[in-house]
Design a binder for this molecule. Structure first.
Ligand SMILES: C[S@@+](CC[C@H](N)C(=O)[O-])C[C@H]1O[C@@H](n2cnc3c(N)ncnc32)[C@H](O)[C@@H]1O
Length: 231
């Protein structure tokens, strides 16, 4: 079994082992532990400095957007990327499962709501773009098709969808056994082919797929998707 970071934002290099679970994990089971874990670490996360590769990924997505585009950031955390897109004159709405994360967004002047990926309470096709950095890795594979359908529903035909997730050469699901977050967070590690397969099944076109090398054998799967114009 490969080893991974315990801190997935790269601020530590402590390696731990993910636990493989022999049964199917479901979205509803992981939601509450994730909410507690991220509520407790929101203030700490707000103080983190973004790594250069994260800045490069969001800038590349920004350059694909038309002026004034309406962008939804899901799993927004404490607002850094939302604030960047807002400063770039896009119309930004942020959502996160964690009420504490959302408070940080609101305090920085971002329109933000406590919502989860399966309950995006927005009109059909109401966004030109969706940005999802390091959050869809918290969705079990069993429920990822439903989550992608929910995202697709709020994205207008012709709209763009960025997905950034830490990838793996073999798939695994479960909490990390040495996570410093309490309770330990659920992760789904997907191969490149798996991730691309989910995107195709959800009827997105691939605009770009590349791997960002994060060093020490770690990699980000960067995927920019397009909702076809005629659907
Ligand atoms: C690793 S953090 C990433 C935060 C931010 N996107 C960033 O790059 O710094 C994952 C975020 O996703 C949120 N999250 C996890 N599962 C979620 C779900 N099902 N619905 C909404 N937000 C979720 C967490 O609360 C957390 O803020």
């Amino acid at each position: 079994m490969p080893t991974r970071w315990s801190d997935l934002d790269g601020h530590r290099d402590r390696r731990v082992r993910p636990i493989l679970i022999g049964m199917t994990v479901r979205y509803d089971e992981v939601l509450e532990p994730l909410r507690k874990a991220y509520d407790a670490r929101a203030t700490w996360r707000d103080g983190l400095t973004k790594e250069p590769w994260k800045l490069a990924e969001r800038q590349a997505f920004r350059e694909r957007l038309a002026p004034g585009a309406r962008l939804l950031e899901i799993g927004a955390g404490t607002r850094q990327d939302s604030a960047y897109f807002q400063d770039e004159s896009f119309v930004v709405v942020a959502i996160d499962l964690s009420a504490t994360m959302v408070e940080h967004c609101l305090a920085k002047g971002i329109e933000a709501h406590v919502m989860d990926f399966l309950h995006l309470n927005f009109p059909f096709a109401s966004f030109d773009a969706v940005f999802a950095m390091n959050c869809l890795l918290h969705v079990p594979n069993h429920d990822l098709p439903a989550v992608l359908a929910a995202i697709r529903a709020v994205l207008r035909p012709g709209g763009l969808f960025f997905v950034g997730v830490y990838g793996a050469n073999e798939s695994a699901e479960g909490p990390i056994d040495d996570d410093e977050y309490v309770p330990p967070r659920f992760f789904s590690w997907r191969t490149d082919q798996e991730l691309l397969g989910f995107a195709a099944d959800a009827r997105f076109d691939v605009v770009d797929f590349h791997i960002a090398d994060l060093g020490r054998g770690h990699r980000l799967q960067s995927l920019t998707l397009h909702r076809p114009d005629n659907e």
